[in-house]
Design a binder for this molecule. Sequence first.
Ligand SMILES: *Cc1c(COP(=O)(O)O)cnc(C)c1O
Length: 379
Amino acid sequence: MIPYGRQLIDEEDVRAVVEVLQSDWLTQGPTIERFERAMAARCGARYAVTFNSATSALHAACLALELGPEDRLWTTPNTFVASANCGRYCSAAVDFVDIDPLTLNLSPTNLATKLEAAARVGSLPKILVPVHFAGQPCATAEIAELAQRYGVRVIEDASHAVGAEYAGKAVGSCTHSDITIFSFHPVKIMTTGEGGMALTNDAETYSRLLSLRSHGIIRDVTQMRGANEGGWYYQQLELGYNYRMTDIQAALGLSQLKRLDVFLERRRELVARYRQLLADLPVVLPSEGEGCRSAWHLYVIQCSQRAAVYEHMRAAGIGVNVHYIPVHLQPYYRDLGFAPGDFPVAEAYYSRALTLPLYAGMTDDQQDAVVAALRDALS
Ligand SMILES: *Cc1c(COP(=O)(O)O)cnc(C)c1O
């Protein structure tokens, strides 16, 4: 089966991991900090904090911005459930903003309308989580401007968009947000096995993220309440978690980061090839927005008879997939009151969506096999 996405591991990655295994620190050692500094530098953000997943990072980000049971979090329905679940972890109410049919990202026009209506009845969200779907940056500046006007904090879910650029800046620079989240799951752009990261330019948010990652415990004397009782002393200031990444994972991340541009370039090559090879087929191909440089995490086409095409390609050994079942249609969210028809653009898109395989290690031959199977399925 040709998968829809997979990691690309080389000998240097293996060496980097083994080196940490033979060192003094398997976790909470120096490699975590090196990885954080390298990612922050690459993105042009002041601070980066690793987590054991993007899901944990999203949860900690919501807590760092003080999301609570009285609050609301809005995100897009066209995302993985984690973008919404982070709000529910904090017992906040979750709602969605429908997507733009061209970019497949949260629509700034819909956002403006929904914010205006919410402001009138006093139900504005505390946090907005725009998602850079498939690696394509959202209309980040427009979204940030609206968020600022209504006093909404922004967490970019950039799980798909490591290495993407918006208006000439790296996604992760947090130019238009409070916090940006990356995922290093094996199907994403670069991997640490499991892993995630939160980036921010705000010193206070940074120290909250560090504390929340590790039980709410601090060792910095200046943050302590009352006297420092000695060298052994630490304080738990709030309820945190064990959301730490290991040094083993960070070593893999650092090593992968060296090849990030190679990964991105190969994805672009494959996307250009898909564009040529699929040009004559009755399918909608994805495109890159103006001023955006997509990381091309996913190659999503839209076609009629999607279920039949999916089954046909799977039977031919092509690991096509579907991104995403609109989050509000999940039974858990239906139990919270959402129903079909609530976000019609995301639902219409979903009924036609099909993700074709795309990953840095994909060969031209594998891609040709995907195209042949799609042609066959459509004929
Ligand atoms: C993968 C993904 C996540 C969760 O990432 P993990 O590292 O697996 O926790 C969150 N949001 C989006 C949009 C994702 O694609």
